[in-house]
Design a protein around this ligand. Structure first.
Ligand SMILES: C[S@@+](CC[C@H](N)C(=O)[O-])C[C@H]1O[C@@H](n2cnc3c(N)ncnc32)[C@H](O)[C@@H]1O
Length: 348
Protein backbone atom coordinates (compact mmCIF):
# COMPACT_ATOMS: atom_id res chain seq x y z
CA UNK A 1 0.00 0.00 0.00
CA UNK A 2 1.46 3.45 -0.90
CA UNK A 3 2.74 5.46 2.11
CA UNK A 4 0.00 8.13 2.35
CA UNK A 5 -2.80 5.55 2.04
CA UNK A 6 -1.11 3.22 4.55
CA UNK A 7 -0.57 6.01 7.09
CA UNK A 8 -4.20 7.09 6.70
CA UNK A 9 -5.35 3.50 7.43
CA UNK A 10 -3.06 3.43 10.49
CA UNK A 11 -4.40 6.78 11.79
CA UNK A 12 -7.95 5.50 11.28
CA UNK A 13 -7.02 2.33 13.19
CA UNK A 14 -5.80 4.41 16.17
CA UNK A 15 -8.97 6.53 16.08
CA UNK A 16 -11.10 3.36 16.09
CA UNK A 17 -9.16 2.07 19.10
CA UNK A 18 -9.77 5.36 20.95
CA UNK A 19 -13.46 5.18 20.11
CA UNK A 20 -13.80 1.58 21.30
CA UNK A 21 -13.77 -0.49 18.10
CA UNK A 22 -10.86 -2.94 18.24
CA UNK A 23 -12.42 -4.90 15.34
CA UNK A 24 -12.36 -1.92 12.95
CA UNK A 25 -8.87 -0.98 14.12
CA UNK A 26 -7.61 -4.51 13.35
CA UNK A 27 -9.45 -4.54 10.02
CA UNK A 28 -7.84 -1.24 8.94
CA UNK A 29 -4.41 -2.64 9.79
CA UNK A 30 -5.12 -5.93 7.99
CA UNK A 31 -6.24 -4.12 4.83
CA UNK A 32 -3.17 -1.86 4.96
CA UNK A 33 -0.92 -4.90 5.22
CA UNK A 34 -2.51 -7.29 2.72
CA UNK A 35 -4.66 -5.44 0.19
CA UNK A 36 -3.26 -5.79 -3.34
CA UNK A 37 -4.18 -4.68 -6.85
CA UNK A 38 -5.72 -8.02 -7.88
CA UNK A 39 -9.29 -6.61 -7.79
CA UNK A 40 -10.95 -3.31 -8.67
CA UNK A 41 -11.66 -2.83 -4.93
CA UNK A 42 -7.94 -3.13 -4.11
CA UNK A 43 -6.77 -1.07 -7.10
CA UNK A 44 -9.13 1.80 -6.31
CA UNK A 45 -7.87 1.97 -2.73
CA UNK A 46 -4.19 1.63 -3.58
CA UNK A 47 -4.41 4.22 -6.40
CA UNK A 48 -6.82 6.60 -4.61
CA UNK A 49 -6.55 9.86 -6.57
CA UNK A 50 -7.66 12.24 -3.80
CA UNK A 51 -6.67 12.84 -0.19
CA UNK A 52 -7.42 9.51 1.55
CA UNK A 53 -7.97 11.18 4.94
CA UNK A 54 -10.26 13.92 3.63
CA UNK A 55 -12.22 11.27 1.72
CA UNK A 56 -12.39 8.93 4.76
CA UNK A 57 -11.10 6.15 2.51
CA UNK A 58 -10.52 3.58 5.26
CA UNK A 59 -14.10 4.00 6.51
CA UNK A 60 -15.40 3.68 2.93
CA UNK A 61 -13.52 0.35 2.67
CA UNK A 62 -14.69 -0.89 6.08
CA UNK A 63 -18.26 0.21 5.29
CA UNK A 64 -18.16 -1.71 2.00
CA UNK A 65 -17.08 -4.94 3.70
CA UNK A 66 -19.58 -4.52 6.54
CA UNK A 67 -22.39 -3.87 4.03
CA UNK A 68 -21.50 -7.09 2.24
CA UNK A 69 -21.28 -9.03 5.51
CA UNK A 70 -24.71 -7.71 6.55
CA UNK A 71 -26.31 -8.32 3.16
CA UNK A 72 -26.56 -12.10 3.54
CA UNK A 73 -24.82 -12.54 0.15
CA UNK A 74 -21.48 -13.67 1.58
CA UNK A 75 -22.02 -15.93 4.62
CA UNK A 76 -18.31 -16.75 4.87
CA UNK A 77 -17.58 -13.07 5.51
CA UNK A 78 -20.49 -12.67 7.95
CA UNK A 79 -19.14 -15.62 9.95
CA UNK A 80 -15.83 -13.87 10.74
CA UNK A 81 -17.52 -10.59 11.72
CA UNK A 82 -18.50 -9.82 15.33
CA UNK A 83 -19.61 -11.34 17.57
CA UNK A 84 -16.88 -13.75 16.31
CA UNK A 85 -13.53 -12.76 17.83
CA UNK A 86 -11.11 -11.17 15.33
CA UNK A 87 -8.91 -13.91 13.85
CA UNK A 88 -6.49 -12.30 11.37
CA UNK A 89 -5.97 -15.16 8.96
CA UNK A 90 -9.60 -16.24 8.95
CA UNK A 91 -10.76 -12.65 8.35
CA UNK A 92 -8.29 -12.24 5.50
CA UNK A 93 -9.32 -15.57 3.92
CA UNK A 94 -12.96 -14.43 4.02
CA UNK A 95 -12.12 -11.01 2.54
CA UNK A 96 -9.97 -12.60 -0.16
CA UNK A 97 -12.89 -14.77 -1.28
CA UNK A 98 -15.45 -11.98 -0.96
CA UNK A 99 -13.48 -9.46 -2.99
CA UNK A 100 -13.31 -11.85 -5.94
CA UNK A 101 -17.01 -12.84 -5.81
CA UNK A 102 -18.33 -9.33 -5.12
CA UNK A 103 -15.71 -7.03 -6.57
CA UNK A 104 -18.17 -4.70 -8.33
CA UNK A 105 -20.27 -4.33 -5.14
CA UNK A 106 -17.23 -3.55 -2.97
CA UNK A 107 -15.58 -1.22 -5.50
CA UNK A 108 -18.90 0.60 -6.02
CA UNK A 109 -19.24 1.32 -2.30
CA UNK A 110 -16.02 3.33 -2.44
CA UNK A 111 -17.82 5.96 -4.55
CA UNK A 112 -19.73 7.53 -1.67
CA UNK A 113 -18.46 9.15 1.52
CA UNK A 114 -19.52 7.43 4.74
CA UNK A 115 -22.80 8.72 6.13
CA UNK A 116 -23.80 8.27 9.72
CA UNK A 117 -26.46 9.46 12.14
CA UNK A 118 -25.11 9.08 15.67
CA UNK A 119 -28.17 8.85 17.88
CA UNK A 120 -26.34 9.22 21.21
CA UNK A 121 -25.45 12.81 20.23
CA UNK A 122 -29.08 13.48 21.14
CA UNK A 123 -27.76 13.63 24.71
CA UNK A 124 -25.88 16.88 23.94
CA UNK A 125 -28.86 18.31 22.09
CA UNK A 126 -31.04 17.57 25.11
CA UNK A 127 -28.59 19.36 27.43
CA UNK A 128 -28.40 22.39 25.17
CA UNK A 129 -32.19 22.50 24.74
CA UNK A 130 -32.69 22.33 28.53
CA UNK A 131 -30.22 25.21 28.92
CA UNK A 132 -32.10 27.28 26.34
CA UNK A 133 -35.50 26.41 27.86
CA UNK A 134 -34.24 27.41 31.30
CA UNK A 135 -32.87 30.73 30.08
CA UNK A 136 -35.83 31.68 27.89
CA UNK A 137 -38.70 29.98 29.73
CA UNK A 138 -40.22 29.26 26.30
CA UNK A 139 -41.10 26.24 24.14
CA UNK A 140 -38.73 25.48 21.27
CA UNK A 141 -39.01 24.93 17.54
CA UNK A 142 -36.07 22.77 16.52
CA UNK A 143 -34.12 23.20 13.26
CA UNK A 144 -31.32 20.73 12.50
CA UNK A 145 -28.63 21.49 9.91
CA UNK A 146 -27.05 18.35 8.36
CA UNK A 147 -29.63 16.04 9.96
CA UNK A 148 -28.79 12.88 7.91
CA UNK A 149 -31.85 10.63 8.60
CA UNK A 150 -33.19 13.10 11.19
CA UNK A 151 -32.83 10.73 14.14
CA UNK A 152 -31.60 13.41 16.55
CA UNK A 153 -34.56 15.67 15.73
CA UNK A 154 -36.63 13.49 18.09
CA UNK A 155 -34.14 13.87 20.93
CA UNK A 156 -36.73 14.59 23.64
CA UNK A 157 -38.65 11.40 22.79
CA UNK A 158 -35.79 9.18 24.00
CA UNK A 159 -34.98 8.10 27.54
CA UNK A 160 -31.57 9.03 28.99
CA UNK A 161 -29.57 7.37 31.73
CA UNK A 162 -27.04 10.00 32.69
CA UNK A 163 -24.88 8.32 35.37
CA UNK A 164 -25.09 8.43 39.17
CA UNK A 165 -28.69 7.16 38.99
CA UNK A 166 -29.95 10.25 37.14
CA UNK A 167 -32.34 9.83 34.25
CA UNK A 168 -34.45 11.99 31.94
CA UNK A 169 -37.46 11.08 29.83
CA UNK A 170 -40.20 8.50 29.73
CA UNK A 171 -39.16 5.23 31.36
CA UNK A 172 -41.29 3.43 28.73
CA UNK A 173 -39.55 5.11 25.76
CA UNK A 174 -38.55 2.56 23.10
CA UNK A 175 -34.97 3.84 23.07
CA UNK A 176 -32.69 4.53 26.03
CA UNK A 177 -29.41 6.37 25.61
CA UNK A 178 -26.67 5.93 28.18
CA UNK A 179 -24.54 9.04 28.40
CA UNK A 180 -22.50 9.89 31.46
CA UNK A 181 -23.04 13.59 32.30
CA UNK A 182 -20.36 15.15 34.46
CA UNK A 183 -19.54 18.67 35.62
CA UNK A 184 -22.04 21.55 35.75
CA UNK A 185 -24.97 19.59 34.32
CA UNK A 186 -28.05 21.33 32.89
CA UNK A 187 -31.07 21.25 35.20
CA UNK A 188 -33.03 18.09 34.41
CA UNK A 189 -36.28 19.42 35.88
CA UNK A 190 -36.52 22.36 33.45
CA UNK A 191 -39.85 22.12 31.58
CA UNK A 192 -39.07 21.32 27.93
CA UNK A 193 -41.68 21.59 25.19
CA UNK A 194 -40.87 21.07 21.51
CA UNK A 195 -43.53 22.62 19.28
CA UNK A 196 -41.97 21.96 15.88
CA UNK A 197 -39.04 20.14 14.31
CA UNK A 198 -37.51 20.30 10.84
CA UNK A 199 -34.15 19.36 9.39
CA UNK A 200 -32.16 19.58 6.20
CA UNK A 201 -29.36 17.58 4.64
CA UNK A 202 -27.73 17.72 1.22
CA UNK A 203 -28.22 13.93 1.11
CA UNK A 204 -31.09 13.09 3.46
CA UNK A 205 -31.62 9.43 4.25
CA UNK A 206 -35.13 8.04 4.52
CA UNK A 207 -35.57 5.98 7.71
CA UNK A 208 -38.34 3.96 6.08
CA UNK A 209 -36.15 2.92 3.13
CA UNK A 210 -34.45 -0.45 3.58
CA UNK A 211 -31.52 0.64 1.42
CA UNK A 212 -30.97 3.87 3.40
CA UNK A 213 -31.21 2.04 6.73
CA UNK A 214 -28.75 -0.61 5.50
CA UNK A 215 -26.37 2.13 4.42
CA UNK A 216 -26.45 3.83 7.84
CA UNK A 217 -26.04 0.51 9.68
CA UNK A 218 -23.06 -0.50 7.51
CA UNK A 219 -21.05 2.49 8.71
CA UNK A 220 -21.55 1.57 12.36
CA UNK A 221 -18.53 -0.37 13.56
CA UNK A 222 -19.50 -4.04 13.72
CA UNK A 223 -18.27 -4.67 17.27
CA UNK A 224 -20.35 -1.78 18.69
CA UNK A 225 -23.62 -3.60 19.16
CA UNK A 226 -25.19 -0.96 21.42
CA UNK A 227 -24.66 1.73 18.74
CA UNK A 228 -26.22 -0.62 16.22
CA UNK A 229 -29.23 -1.31 18.48
CA UNK A 230 -29.74 2.42 19.18
CA UNK A 231 -29.66 3.16 15.48
CA UNK A 232 -32.11 0.38 14.65
CA UNK A 233 -34.54 1.56 17.35
CA UNK A 234 -34.29 5.22 16.28
CA UNK A 235 -34.79 4.27 12.61
CA UNK A 236 -37.97 2.36 13.51
CA UNK A 237 -39.32 5.33 15.48
CA UNK A 238 -38.47 7.81 12.74
CA UNK A 239 -39.99 5.59 10.05
CA UNK A 240 -43.21 5.31 12.06
CA UNK A 241 -43.34 9.08 12.67
CA UNK A 242 -43.40 9.85 8.95
CA UNK A 243 -40.93 12.69 9.58
CA UNK A 244 -38.53 13.31 6.69
CA UNK A 245 -35.47 15.51 6.39
CA UNK A 246 -35.61 18.04 3.56
CA UNK A 247 -33.02 17.81 0.82
CA UNK A 248 -31.37 21.23 0.78
CA UNK A 249 -28.03 22.90 1.08
CA UNK A 250 -27.46 24.19 4.60
CA UNK A 251 -27.02 27.89 3.73
CA UNK A 252 -30.04 28.19 1.47
CA UNK A 253 -32.18 26.27 4.01
CA UNK A 254 -31.15 28.33 7.04
CA UNK A 255 -31.76 31.57 5.12
CA UNK A 256 -35.21 30.30 4.08
CA UNK A 257 -36.16 29.21 7.62
CA UNK A 258 -35.10 32.54 9.08
CA UNK A 259 -36.97 34.50 6.39
CA UNK A 260 -40.28 33.36 7.97
CA UNK A 261 -41.50 35.65 10.72
CA UNK A 262 -40.67 34.47 14.26
CA UNK A 263 -43.63 33.22 16.32
CA UNK A 264 -43.98 35.21 19.55
CA UNK A 265 -43.57 33.02 22.63
CA UNK A 266 -41.41 30.39 20.86
CA UNK A 267 -37.61 30.10 20.76
CA UNK A 268 -36.08 29.01 17.43
CA UNK A 269 -33.36 26.47 18.28
CA UNK A 270 -30.91 25.71 15.44
CA UNK A 271 -28.41 22.92 15.96
CA UNK A 272 -25.72 20.96 14.12
CA UNK A 273 -23.55 18.05 15.25
CA UNK A 274 -20.38 17.10 13.33
CA UNK A 275 -21.44 19.01 10.24
CA UNK A 276 -19.40 22.24 10.28
CA UNK A 277 -16.23 20.52 8.99
CA UNK A 278 -18.05 19.49 5.81
CA UNK A 279 -19.36 22.96 4.93
CA UNK A 280 -17.42 25.18 2.52
CA UNK A 281 -16.35 28.51 4.05
CA UNK A 282 -18.88 30.42 1.92
CA UNK A 283 -21.72 28.26 3.29
CA UNK A 284 -20.59 28.75 6.90
CA UNK A 285 -20.37 32.53 6.36
CA UNK A 286 -23.89 32.65 4.90
CA UNK A 287 -25.29 30.66 7.85
CA UNK A 288 -23.51 32.86 10.38
CA UNK A 289 -24.69 36.02 8.60
CA UNK A 290 -28.31 34.82 8.46
CA UNK A 291 -28.27 33.92 12.16
CA UNK A 292 -26.63 37.24 13.08
CA UNK A 293 -29.27 39.24 11.17
CA UNK A 294 -32.14 37.23 12.70
CA UNK A 295 -30.42 37.39 16.08
CA UNK A 296 -30.21 41.19 15.92
CA UNK A 297 -33.98 41.27 15.49
CA UNK A 298 -34.63 38.69 18.25
CA UNK A 299 -36.44 39.81 21.41
CA UNK A 300 -37.08 38.10 24.77
CA UNK A 301 -40.37 36.79 23.30
CA UNK A 302 -38.83 35.75 19.95
CA UNK A 303 -35.39 34.49 20.98
CA UNK A 304 -33.03 32.56 18.71
CA UNK A 305 -30.42 29.94 19.63
CA UNK A 306 -27.63 28.11 17.80
CA UNK A 307 -26.04 25.02 19.31
CA UNK A 308 -23.07 23.24 17.74
CA UNK A 309 -21.16 20.11 18.70
CA UNK A 310 -18.16 20.16 16.42
CA UNK A 311 -14.50 19.30 16.01
CA UNK A 312 -12.70 22.42 17.25
CA UNK A 313 -9.05 21.40 17.57
CA UNK A 314 -9.52 20.72 21.29
CA UNK A 315 -9.53 17.39 23.10
CA UNK A 316 -10.91 15.09 24.26
CA UNK A 317 -13.92 14.70 21.96
CA UNK A 318 -15.62 17.70 20.37
CA UNK A 319 -16.57 21.13 21.68
CA UNK A 320 -20.13 22.29 22.41
CA UNK A 321 -21.06 25.93 21.93
CA UNK A 322 -24.35 27.73 22.46
CA UNK A 323 -25.22 31.19 21.18
CA UNK A 324 -28.42 32.81 22.37
CA UNK A 325 -30.03 36.01 21.05
CA UNK A 326 -30.88 38.69 22.08
CA UNK A 327 -27.28 39.17 23.08
CA UNK A 328 -25.55 36.73 20.74
CA UNK A 329 -22.63 35.87 22.98
CA UNK A 330 -21.12 32.43 22.21
CA UNK A 331 -21.02 30.31 25.39
CA UNK A 332 -18.82 27.21 25.56
CA UNK A 333 -21.01 24.45 27.05
CA UNK A 334 -18.23 21.90 27.51
CA UNK A 335 -16.87 18.86 25.67
CA UNK A 336 -18.36 15.52 24.69
CA UNK A 337 -17.49 12.14 23.22
CA UNK A 338 -18.14 11.73 19.49
CA UNK A 339 -20.37 8.74 20.17
CA UNK A 340 -22.14 10.27 23.16
CA UNK A 341 -20.64 8.03 25.85
CA UNK A 342 -19.82 11.00 28.10
CA UNK A 343 -20.41 14.74 28.36
CA UNK A 344 -18.31 17.10 30.46
CA UNK A 345 -20.54 20.13 30.98
CA UNK A 346 -18.95 23.48 31.68
CA UNK A 347 -20.76 26.51 33.10
CA UNK A 348 -23.03 28.18 30.55
C1 LIG B 1 -21.08 13.32 9.92
S1 LIG B 1 -22.72 13.52 9.35
C2 LIG B 1 -23.52 14.01 10.87
C3 LIG B 1 -24.98 13.73 10.82
C4 LIG B 1 -25.73 14.11 12.10
N1 LIG B 1 -25.65 15.53 12.32
C5 LIG B 1 -25.19 13.35 13.30
O1 LIG B 1 -24.54 13.96 14.18
O2 LIG B 1 -25.40 12.15 13.37
C6 LIG B 1 -22.65 15.05 8.43
C7 LIG B 1 -23.93 15.33 7.66
O3 LIG B 1 -23.83 16.64 7.08
C8 LIG B 1 -24.43 16.61 5.80
N2 LIG B 1 -23.93 17.74 5.01
C9 LIG B 1 -22.66 17.96 4.60
N3 LIG B 1 -22.60 19.11 3.88
C10 LIG B 1 -23.85 19.63 3.85
C11 LIG B 1 -24.42 20.81 3.27
N4 LIG B 1 -23.68 21.67 2.56
N5 LIG B 1 -25.73 21.04 3.46
C12 LIG B 1 -26.49 20.17 4.18
N6 LIG B 1 -26.00 19.05 4.73
C13 LIG B 1 -24.70 18.77 4.57
C14 LIG B 1 -24.02 15.23 5.28
O4 LIG B 1 -24.83 14.81 4.18
C15 LIG B 1 -24.17 14.36 6.51
O5 LIG B 1 -25.46 13.81 6.63
Amino acid sequence: MPGPVASHFERQASACEDLGSPFTAALCRLLAERLDDGTAFGRRILDWPGDPAADALALRACGALHALARSGREPALARVYPPAPFARDAVWAAIAGARVRHDAFLAGWLDSPPQTNEVARSSFVLGAALTVAQRTGLPLTVFEIGASAGLNLAFEQYRYELGDGRAWGDAAAPLTIQSDWRGARPALDTPLRIVGRVGCDRNPLDPSSEADAARLLSYVWPDQSSRMQRLEAALRLAAASGRRVEQADAAEWVERQLASPATPGVCRFFFHTIVWQYLPDAVKLRIEAALAVAGAAATPTTPLAQFGFEIDGGAPGGGMTLTLWPGGEAMPLGRADFHGRWVEWGRA
